[in-house]
Design a protein around this ligand. Structure first.
Ligand code: ZN
Length: 150
């Protein structure tokens, strides 16, 4: 009898813990597809984060241009302000933006015949590089090698 009660309380505690985990568990951010919007006036930002992008060609770091995604008529939710490699995600929606979205805004292909590898925070990234969700303080390195280099 006593043992049964103890068993029931353990089961009850387990159920509560599982339920709590379900509520508080962080859902992975799933990227939607579609054009990256321009920022609209007078609407607060729903997210503002910065990732660092380093492009390396034949082992040599390349400078990322400033003002990618910014024109007289549109400041895209993904943009650069300077040549430090800082990618700004400043969006009025909560959608997850990807590295592919950034290259789309830039107007450059991410995966080319010269593409070698991508690392995130020093570790090789697996899967489609275009679907890499941009996160705050992420360090992204994309490497390319031109065919004449070995
Ligand atoms: Zn910013």
């Amino acid at each position: 009898m006593h043992k049964d009660k103890l068993f029931l309380s353990i089961v009850a505690v387990a159920i509560v813990l599982v339920a709590l985990a379900g509520i508080t568990g962080k859902k992975p951010r799933v990227a939607e597809t579609g054009p990256v919007p321009c920022l609209l006036p007078n609407i607060p930002l729903a997210q503002h984060l910065h990732a660092m992008l380093q492009i390396v060609i034949n082992g040599v770091p390349a400078t990322l241009p400033k003002d990618i995604g910014i024109s007289a008529s549109c400041e895209h939710a993904l943009h650069t302000h300077d040549t430090t490699g800082t990618l700004h995600v400043e969006a009025q929606d909560t959608r997850a933006y990807t590295l592919g979205d950034f290259f789309e805004v830039w107007g450059k292909p991410l995966v080319t015949a010269n593409f070698v590898s991508i690392t995130v925070n020093g570790r090789p990234a697996t899967g489609d590089p275009k679907k890499l969700v941009l996160e705050d303080k992420q360090q992204i390195v994309v490497s390319y090698k031109t065919p004449d280099k070995k």
